[in-house]
Design a protein around this ligand. Structure first.
Ligand code: SAM
Length: 302
């Protein structure tokens, strides 16, 4: 059985990894780090692994923690399209060969919590148009369909063609109405997704609910351009642009705190307002406390 020390390290490790693994580009690796990202870290890491991966020193202090609290995210391969093309090329092959639907980013728990928030705040009775930006294998959107949302009111976009192929293939394999969920290739930082038929007249301002699970995290790891501009800087404004008045934006992140998300998405440039947050497990270490993931919902005033 794990000792309290090991459990303590595990809790800290989970939180620290939530704030640092993407920044360091470690989540593509094997072992405990990958375990955490796939399924939510549940004290599966032993002390030795935690020390090796996170740089805990002998007295239990963790310099990686300080690194992860820095405001500037170092660019990494996770901020490149090539990385995601490679990921989804492999996942598509795996699905075709052995039926593996691929990664559940941030674990099943994150999907459950997002769906619960949506059911409470944007009920299916309103028949909302729903967009996920960076929809990967579509797992969040399939969960919404299972929760009673109309599949042909749901759309996922991703800039990786193989992610879109994978999501479509998974949808078709389910044998229910999941194949009616629309998946399309779109680089959200440079193009707007096509509206669903019923909302076509609204142009790009077509969505009652926009979702992000790990996509802004990935965008934030891209390199700055030649004039020092970061591509992800445009993201909050673009989210606000596609939301209908009265619409909501819900984001789950492992790289930003709730305060950082609020600052980036609710400001004069976006005109979005803070709505609510989803509580994720907390940790405390060295007198500070934090969350494994951050999730904040925003509202566009009517
Ligand atoms: C961490 S994965 C999360 C995938 C999915 N949301 C999930 O939870 O399974 C990040 C996703 O964002 C996508 N992505 C990154 N930048 C993007 C962009 N500019 N436009 C559209 N998709 C993007 C990647 O291809 C990848 O599918």
């Amino acid at each position: 059985m794990a000792t309290p020390v090991i459990l303590g390290v595990g809790a800290i490790a989970a939180a620290i990894m939530g704030r640092s693994l993407m920044r360091r580009g470690l989540i593509g690796g094997k072992g405990a780090a990958e375990q955490w990202v796939k399924g939510g870290f549940k004290s599966k890491m032993d002390r030795k692994e935690a020390i090796a991966i996170l740089g805990l020193n002998a007295t239990g202090h963790c310099f990686q923690f300080c690194f992860s609290m820095s405001d500037e995210l170092p660019s990494s391969k996770l901020g490149t399209k090539r990385h995601w093309d490679d990921v989804y090329s492999t996942e598509l092959t795996n699905f075709e060969e052995i039926g593996d639907e691929g990664e559940i980013w941030f674990g099943e728990d994150s999907i459950e919590k997002m769906v619960d928030w949506i059911v409470e705040n944007v009920p299916s009775s309103l028949n909302p148009s729903i967009l996920e930006v960076g929809s990967g294998n579509g797992s969040l959107l399939f969960a919404l369909q299972e929760a009673g949302y109309t599949p042909d009111r749901i759309c996922g976009v991703d800039y990786s063609e193989d992610a879109v192929k994978l999501a479509k293939a998974v949808g078709s394999s389910k044998g229910d109405d999941s194949e009616k969920i629309q998946f399309a290739v779109c680089d959200f930082l440079t193009a707007f997704p096509a509206a669903l038929d019923a909302d076509r007249a609204d142009g790009e301002v077509a969505w009652d609910l926009v979702l992000d699970k790990g996509t802004f995290d990935a965008m934030a790891l891209a390199e700055r351009d030649d004039v020092g501009k970061h591509p992800a800087d445009a993201y909050p404004r673009r989210i606000a642009q596609v939301l209908k008045p009265g619409g909501h934006f819900l984001i789950v992140s492992c790289n930003f705190t709730q305060e950082e998300l609020r600052t980036k998405f609710a400001n004069d440039e976006t005109d979005l307002q803070y709505h609510s947050r989803i509580a994720f497990p907390t940790f405390s270490f060295g007198g500070s406390s934090g969350n494994v993931y951050s999730s904040v919902a925003f509202h566009k005033p009517t």
